[in-house]
Design a protein around this ligand. Structure first.
Ligand code: NDP
Length: 475
């Protein structure tokens, strides 16, 4: 396709003099076939753009290959042990469950590969060309993949993130969330470093599958950034399931011994002996090797809570180089799959569909697939009080044992919480810990985004008996 560089309208006389005709291989070249890149490439192609996407790994990105999808399958696998226990209270005979790790890993891997193939089919159907390999910038309009040089009018960087390891002696013995899906054997004794999403989710998965789990966190509570009631309820629930949480502790080093991996801890903590260590201390943008410096794309320096190396973008995902854009985890805005997809589609609508729009990063609901599960939308109580003052904030909270557990004897609690603002009592935060919290909060996100008030919640008829009915009956 032929593109004219420098528009005739509004162009300076000099630009008109330099008027030239440039020809590119593609209208859009996307680097990275993960959630954001796939969504953007297909949407751009739907507007008639000639699009190619570069990928050096399985198509699908972190979410499909080594994130949300295989993780959730493992969450399902791990939940059975508790279901077997609970069934006894309902009259079922006790079963002695036997779990086969190899069988689960093989089944999960097969599903991941099926989904990856499905995404390749979606690309073909959309008319997007898949180029295998790793992309490296040559100039603002050219990317090299091996010996091949590919030019494009617009380039979208959607390379995602990668797990980061802490810098301690022996960290090479630790695995990250990349490797855990590939372990040939189930570690019977496990240590997990970190208290974020990945650490707590895998602590619960591995415990549910029968491993002894030690979770080492540097604070007193897991899940910094979440509402305090969520943090407390999740942590209490994890302890009840038998997870050994070691708070306010750092791992000083890991040593390989004949008995297993030995972790030295800060303070008076006894060394831990385990079969595997999972380092889940955060992720960083996967930009190494792109040669961003060569084309002058700016990255964040690591100040103001923005992770270092993240690509700096405007609200419409444009970098400081006008024809280069970036979406998803490599920009470190809100690192969630649906956000990357929304950013990718908004980019394509704006640039190729001529419907300029950008997405809001406020009121983004999210869930933590722990056992018990947690989910939230809107502000935490702490954020709301800091922003609006104590006098303007009212809290509605319920904590109770859901009916399901009344016959099982299990000491399980659900926590539901509404944060409302001012005289109108607009609902600005909804938080829940308990079974199906993610499914329930997905529905609750709609009234929060629409600006509903407590009165609107109260005017909604309850579905009885459910846990979620508490959201419309709280006093
Ligand atoms: P997070 O940033 O969520 O958590 C990192 C954890 O590691 C924090 O508890 C942090 O402690 C701790 N940590 C960091 N550095 C050190 C250190 N040097 N020593 C000890 N502890 C340390 O990262 P994750 O890797 O868990 O997840 C990455 C992102 O992936 C998330 O932000 C989320 O966006 C996404 N994700 C989403 C999921 C979902 O939606 N269900 C599931 C999994 C991932 P501190 O709090 O003190 O900083």
């Amino acid at each position: 396709m032929i593109w004219i560089a420098g528009g005739l309208f509004g162009a300076s006389l000099q630009m008109i003099a330099e008027y030239e005709v440039m020809s590119f291989d593609y209208d859009l070249l996307v680097i990275g076939a993960g959630s954001g890149g796939l969504a953007a490439s297909k949407r751009a192609a739907s507007y008639g753009a000639k699009v190619a996407i570069i990928e050096g790994d399985l198509v699908g990105g972190t979410c499909v290959i080594r994130g949300c999808v295989p993780k959730k399958l493992m969450v399902y696998a791990s939940a059975f042990s508790q279901l077997y226990d609970n069934a006894v209270g309902y009259g079922w005979e006790k079963v002695e469950p036997k779990f086969d790790w190899g069988k689960m890993i093989t089944a999960v891997d097969a599903e991941v590969r099926r989904l990856s193939q499905l995404h390749i089919g979606f690309l073909e159907k959309a008319g997007v060309e898949l180029i295998r390999g790793l992309g490296q910038f040559v100039d603002p309009h050219t990317v090299a993949v091996g010996d091949r040089k590919i030019s494009a009018d617009k380039i979208l960087i959607a390379v995602g993130g990668e797990a980061e390891r802490i810098n301690i002696p022996g960290i090479e013995y630790a695995i990250t969330s990349r490797e855990i899906f590939l372990l040939k054997e189930q570690p019977k004794r496990m240590a997990i470093i970190g208290g974020g999403y990945i650490a707590v989710e895998f602590a619960c998965i591995m415990r549910g599958l029968g491993s002894d789990v030690n979770l080492i966190i540097r604070r007193d509570l897991v899940l910094r950034g979440f509402d305090e009631d969520i943090r407390t309820a999740v942590q209490e629930g994890m302890v009840k399931k038998g997870i050994n949480i070691i708070p306010e502790t750092l791992v000083r080093g890991i040593e390989k011994t004949p008995e297993g991996l030995k972790l030295t801890l800060s303070g008076d903590g006894e060394p831990l002996l385990v079969d595997a260590v999972l380092c889940a201390t955060g992720r960083k943008p996967n930009v190494t090797g792109l040669e961003l410096e060569r084309v002058g794309v700016e990255v964040h320096k690591g100040a103001n809570r923005q992770v270092g190396g993240a690509i700096a973008v405007t609200v419409d995902s444009c970098t400081n180089v006008p024809n280069i854009y970036a979406v998803g985890d490599c920009t470190d805005r809100v690192n969630l799959t649906p956000v990357a997809i929304a950013e990718g589609r908004a980019f394509a609508d704006t640039v190729f569909g001529h419907q300029p729009r950008y997405i809001s990063h406020h009121n983004v609901p999210s869930a933590v697939f722990t056992q018990p599960e947690a989910a939230s939308v809107g502000m935490t109580e702490g954020e709301a009080r800091a922003k609006y003052g104590d006098a303007n904030i009212k809290i509605y909270r319920a904590r109770f044992r859901p009916m399901f557990y009344s016959l099982t004897g299990a000491d399980e609690k659900a926590m539901l919480k509404l944060i409302v603002l001012g005289e109108t009592e607009r609902v600005i935060g909804v938080h829940m810990v308990g079974k199906d919290a993610a499914e329930i909060i997905q529905g609750m996100a709609i009234p929060v985004v629409m600006g509903a008030t407590k009165k609107d919640f109260d005017a909604t008829t309850a579905i009885h008996p459910t846990v979620a009915e508490e959201f419309v009956t709280m006093r």
